[in-house]
Every structure is written in structure tokens, then in C-alpha cells.
Ligand binder design. Sequence first.
Ligand code: IFM
Length: 470
Amino acid sequence: MTTSERLRDRLLAQASLADPSAFPPGFRWGLSTAAYQIEGAVREDGRGPSIWDTFSHTPGKTFHGDNGDTACDHYHRWRQDLDLLQELAVQDYRLSLSWSRLQPAGSGPLNPLAVKFYRDLLSGLAERGVRPLVTLYHWDLPQPLEDAGGWPARSTAAAFADYVAAAVVALGDLVQDWITLNEPWCSSVLGYGLGAHAPGRRDLAAAATAAHHLGLAHGLALARIRQLAPASRVGISNIVTDLWPATDSPADQAATQRLDASSNRLFLDPLCHGVYSDPVHAVWPALAAAIRPGDLETIAAPTDFLGLNHYHRSYVHHDDTAPYLALRETPAEPADTSCGWSVVPDSLEAVLIRVARDYSAAPILVTESGASFDDYVDPDAAVVDQERVDYLRGYLDAAGRALRAGVDLRGYYAWSFLDNYEWALGYSKRFGLVHVDYASQRRIPKLSAHWYRREITQHRQMTASPAHPA
Ligand code: IFM
């Protein structure tokens, strides 16, 4: 039996979505990536260094010293990668722009070679009938801006808005959907507070200030896009984790509230309600000093959609000895993925319902959802990632339940299109639906990619039929 016959049989044995008609016609099926995680070519065509180049080249900061110098070499292989996206039948591709490629110094005119690269890429998507969903900032701040103070400096928010305006002028005819920021919680708290991400600072006050300036950067950029490209749609992607107290003790419950305030609510409250609520101020006392009159109105300007990135449920324990917020977070036991996260599909349903109920009537896009497993290429050159198929089916079924419950969910973008550079964890974690052999740069669509394509194709056929009840 050939590899493709074996894969076909394996695929035939996979169950489909439980309730595909829960997903409305026009539902956007997509795949996600980010520039530094896939592009490589970090010193080519005038790209400048970003905080991730600096951090990943600092000894001891990343797993095995891994960096994004080559990554998936997408900068050179984008045509083949786009062909693959087309083969996978997705309507949408979520990618990010590298700020330090487009504007190497973090200010001034755009780098024409970078503009050409992204124009070619975006045109290539259009030729293949795939719509781009473009993230303007996915963590790779130009190093010169970090040297000038980074996100704790208010001037970085203004610099971001200027970069966004220039990017929209240069690329806006090829993009209708923009995401200002990806997971500002990671940029601020992991980057400036806990030192786990670039730029690797450990200063909680700086993290709070950075968080406010990221929110402000979003609001300022949103206003510029509205002005320059009024027909486009704009949102922001926040990571929203489903947090449960480990026990029903008051201490664990209070710890859960603290973690929720310091992560989920730090961005959702100001974005959707125009306030930092008291629990947020309580865990981030340095926040108040960063706020200037008018900031919250800028941050809370309505978006066209809310991006929600969701991976797992965590249980929270009060722990006096823990350095951050006197708590510890553990996944549902035992951990199910190679990152130590849980696979609990109900958690996606829960966060979708929470965001729709407590935060926003705007349409929601799940802009990331996925899982890392220790995938391997078997002797037949196939990658049979059964766990990822189960993950995707489970989380999509949960999304379907949220839709049935009335959540205005418009799309799902699996993380990730390709295996890629998983930040401080380097190349040790594989999230892709497509396997990447980093030595040869060979791509192999995994079983999950075949399964996702089948489900998308079936859904599109079903909803194209006049008999479809929706
Ligand atoms: O790889 C990351 C991505 O860049 C942002 N969200 C979470 C993913 C998995 O950790």
C-alpha cells in the first residue's frame, strides 16, 4: 500500500464534525502564522533587527539557543507555501507583517524591498483565491524602538500608529481585514514582566505600562486605518484562557480572580468597556500612572470584530511562595500536549460564551487555536498526527456549540499552517498542520491537514446547496 493510500484509509476512518450545519454559510476557515516564526531571511533585503533577533541570540534565552534566522525559510519559499495553502482549501490565511522588515529603524519611510515582498505575497494569495487576514504586530518590535524604551515608552504607541498608517497606504489595496496586535498580554507581561519573551525584562511595573501603551497603540492604529481605508475591517487578537480554581477554597478562588484580572481582563476590560476595573488595578498598581486623559476612549473605539486566541483550560492554586501573584497555574491533569497544556474542548465554548456575553456584541474570529505534539515522519514519509485531528474536531465541535448558543462566531484559524519557531521554546514544539523538516525545508501535510481540508470542503459544499436550512 502506498503512503497516500494508507493516509486515505486513515482519513476515511476519521469522524467528521458532529454538527457542521452549526457553522453558517460564509464561515471563514483559515490557518495562521506569524512573520518571525516562519519567514527567516532576517538579514536580507534591508530588514533591521527586532527584539526577537536580539533575545534569541542572547545565550540562555531560548531552547538550545534556537532563533528565527532561517525558520521555515518562507521568505524564499512563499510561492510553494501559498500553493500548499490553496491545496488545503482554506479561504483565509492569517499572516503577520514584520515591522522591522518594513521599517527597519522603527520610523521613517518603508523599505521598498519589504513592500515588494509583501505585495507579491498578498497578490499571490489573491491569485490563489485565499483572503489575507493581516496582523500588524506579532511581537517583533524593531530593536531601535526597544533601545529608545520599548513598549513602556509612550512614544512607541505613536510610532506603531505611524508604521500602521504607512503599511496601510502601501498594502491596503490588497488587504481588507487587519488585526492591530496579537496577544498584547504576551508582549507586555511575558516580555517586560516575567522575562520569558523578548526583550526579556523582569519588571512588573514596566509590564503594566507596556500593557497600557499596547492598548493605546491599538486604538491609535485603529483610528488611522479608519481614516485611510474606511472600507476595511479591523480587530485585535487577545489570548483568552479558561481559568478555574483548583479547588473551591476561597484562596484558590481569589487566586483565579487575580490571574483573570492580570491576563484576560487586562485587555478585554479597557477594549470593550473603556475601563481598567478595580481587580485589574489591584494586580497592576503601576497602571494608573500610565493613563492620560482620553486614552481609554481611544482604546475602546469599536472594532469590526474581536479576535480570540484560545488554547487551553488552566487550574489555579493559591501559593504564597510563588513569585507572581502568589499563585500557580496547572493544566487539566494530566497535561495533554507537548507544551504541557490541556486539551479540554469545552474551554473554547466557555471562553466564546464569556466574551460574547460579558464583553462584545461584535463578531468574533477564533484567530488561533491549536496544539503541539511530538509528531514524527514515519518510515512511509507520512505524519499521522491523530491527536491533532482529535483536538481540531473537539475544539471545532465546541465552537459549533457556541454558535448554537448564539455566539456570533465568523471564523476559525487553526494555529498553525506550518510547524515553526515557537519563540523561547525554539523548534522543540510542533503546532503545524503541515510538518516542516528544518534541515531540508521539506513540507509534508499531516493527517490533520487532510482532515481539515475534508471538513472545509464538505462544509462549503453543504452550505452552497440551496437546500441548506441556514
Ligand atoms: O506560537 C504562538 C503564537 O505566536 C501566539 N499564540 C500562541 C502560539 C502557541 O504558543
